[in-house]
Design a protein around this ligand. Structure first.
Ligand code: THU
Length: 133
């Protein structure tokens, strides 16, 4: 179960568009429906517009009509597992403030985090307007 998510993230990593940093990241999000969506980082010549692998997963899930997230895996080539950046924590918290995140190195070292610990006070109190058609 956990391994399929890791494998999907590892495969996505190889599709990363990271010509500026050379740092390839893959992520995979398990939706409550059981579907897995993957994502890779997508860099830009205007560096700040880079999309992390984690946020690419969120966009894909929403476009598939799914907002219920169960688990996220991240794979990168580092000595210790990476943790999601602040922007990704904010975006993930919109949908799953207690998401379980497992981050892996290429050699198989892993660390598990709860988004709740990484981003403890998400601003979820803003009223949402009824959905338009
Ligand atoms: N990156 C991710 O995609 N996810 C992370 O958790 C860490 C950073 C990307 C952004 C950029 O393309 C590259 O890694 C270097 O920061």
């Amino acid at each position: 179960m956990k391994n399929d998510l890791r494998e999907a993230a590892a495969k996505a990593r190889l599709r990363a568009y990271a010509p500026y940093s050379g740092f390839l990241v893959g992520a995979a999000l398990r939706l409550k429906s059981g579907t897995v969506v993957s994502g890779c980082n997508v860099e830009n010549v205007s560096y700040g517009l880079t999309m992390c692998a984690e946020r690419v997963c969120v966009g894909k899930a929403i476009d598939q009509g799914e907002k219920a997230f169960q688990a996220l895996a991240i794979v990168a080539d580092t000595d210790t597992p990476v943790v999601p950046c602040g922007a990704c924590r904010q975006v993930l918290a919109e949908f799953a403030p207690k998401l379980v995140i497992t981050s892996w190195t290429l050699t198989g070292e892993s660390k598990e985090f709860s988004l709740n610990d990484l981003f403890p006070l998400p601003n979820l109190g803003i009223p949402q307007v009824p959905r338009g058609t």
